[in-house]
Design a protein around this ligand. Structure first.
Ligand SMILES: [Zn+2]
Length: 265
């Protein structure tokens, strides 16, 4: 039933793809810009320093201690710059007392990389609501990890690592989750190619567009433009890849069968 609906939507979408002017453009992206880690509040300069040290999270000794982690033996700190301020009380033009922060300079603060600490797991960003079909990822032993977008990686929305069995998402957009989930389904049928394989990407994007329609989710990307970026003949590619997309969708939606439904079929 759900699989049949998905198949119907898939064919309807392919018809739309073949007449792209009917497609509605992408919506504004809802990228995760900040988390609740100390590093998320730091200046761009300091975040650049963190990035140059090959990590996405760095904290002071006390901040790590507060998060239930300790520094690995032999690990070395690196330094970020913290502003040194003091508060003065001044009288403004209206004769009222106001407190003002004055900057006197910067001091170097030693911080340690996440990779050089051990202890309690670091709580990552959690969206207000998990996307539809997340239970399929769970059933396949895939963890879903939400992260603020790392600096300098414009255009990346998510990734799927078959070796780590992990979907990393830089957006709460369901379309991106669906795209990575279709990659995961594709990987269950045949091993994935490394990197951005054009057919693989078209399959994931078309499958995601179908799932977004089935679940009435907003999708913040233009699937047609995405496929066109990988294929000189996007319509031909979509026609050729149709059976592969159908197999991926059946693999995903097949996971959802309730015991009652299974008994009926
Ligand atoms: Zn992809």
């Amino acid at each position: 039933m759900t699989t049949d609906k998905a198949r119907a939507v898939l064919h309807e979408l392919v018809d739309l793809f073949l007449e792209p002017e009917k497609l509605i453009g992408g919506m504004a992206a809802t990228l995760i810009r900040a988390g609740d880690r100390p590093v998320d509040t730091w200046s761009w300069g300091n975040r650049l320093i963190v990035w140059l040290h090959g990590t996405s999270d760095a904290r002071t000794f006390l901040q790590w201690k507060g998060a239930g982690r300790s520094i690995t033996k032999g690990a070395r700190a690196f330094f970020i710059l913290a502003p040194c301020t003091y508060t003065v009380t001044e009288t403004d033009e209206k004769g009222l007392e106001v407190k003002r922060e004055k900057l006197t300079g910067f001091r170097a603060v030693p911080v340690f990389r996440l990779e050089d600490t051990e202890g309690k797991p670091v709580r990552s960003y959690e969206p207000p609501a998990l996307p539809p079909l997340q239970e399929v990822a769970t059933a396949w032993g895939i963890t879903i990890d939400y992260q603020p977008l790392p600096g300098g990686s414009y255009g990346i929305r998510g990734s799927y690592s078959p070796t780590r069995k992990r979907i990393t998402l830089f957006t709460e957009d369901h379309g991106t989750f669906f795209h990575e989930l279709v990659h995961a389904a594709d990987a269950r049928i045949a091993p994935l190619q490394g990197g951005q394989d054009p057919d693989q990407e078209a399959v994931a994007e078309l499958g995601a567009a179908v799932l977004a329609r089935v679940y009435g989710s907003t999708i913040d990307r233009d699937a047609w433009a995405y496929i066109r970026a990988y294929h000189d003949d996007p319509a031909g590619a979509v026609r050729r890849l149709l059976p592969r997309v159908e197999r991926c969708l059946s693999t995903i939606l097949g996971e959802l069968k309730t015991p009652a439904e299974t008994a009926l079929t």
